[in-house]
Write a protein that binds this ligand. Sequence first.
Ligand SMILES: Cc1cc2nc3c(=O)[nH]c(=O)nc-3n(C[C@H](O)[C@H](O)[C@H](O)COP(=O)(O)O)c2cc1C
Length: 195
Amino acid sequence: MLHDAVSQNRTCRRFYENERIDRDTLVDLVDTARLVPSSGNRQPLKYCVVHDPALCARVFDCLSWAAALPDWPGPDQGERPSGYLVILHDKTLVLGELFTAWDEGIALQTIMLAAREKGYAACPIGAFKKKSLSEVLGIDRETLEPDLVVALGRPREEAVIEAMPTDGSPAYWRDDAQVHHVPKRSLDEVLIAQR
Ligand SMILES: Cc1cc2nc3c(=O)[nH]c(=O)nc-3n(C[C@H](O)[C@H](O)[C@H](O)COP(=O)(O)O)c2cc1C
């Protein structure tokens, strides 16, 4: 069952913007994410919760979408995320960059799966304007560093897994019906042969 949940948990970049995710739901996701494993159990991750429509609009302006779809500028009005979690690390608590990145990966996937369970979907965003976003959210950069934005909302797009093309390109694509296709390496390709 977890295999199915992970298979269906594709990145989503278009949402029903009017069906808004509320603050309690976003806080619930953080309440789950705070329980994940952490390197050295330092737990350096902190979260900003964004649900207010006006603030969502200002956060949206800081984000970059879908590098593999250069002709698509990102979700249009009406299909934008209705909430965000910003994952930050507390500089006074970290063990090291790599450890923080490991913790953030675990937190991200946990948030995405928990959101799916509640009928929402997410897009992780690592490409964002850090300075602008910090100003929008009033983040104290002396102690807190924003690393990842999780854009959330009711999913408005279909995404399917495809076999990796023979040229090995990992680029995702959209077909004429606007279905999103994501290539994944096969089990054979990721298993290392051992003696
Ligand atoms: C750490 C991380 C950062 C990402 N940053 C962005 C981003 O800035 N913009 C974006 O549109 N997608 C971003 N993505 C989504 C990836 O493009 C997506 O995971 C990938 O295409 C595979 O699709 P899938 O999540 O459906 O398997 C990011 C994903 C991860 C894990």
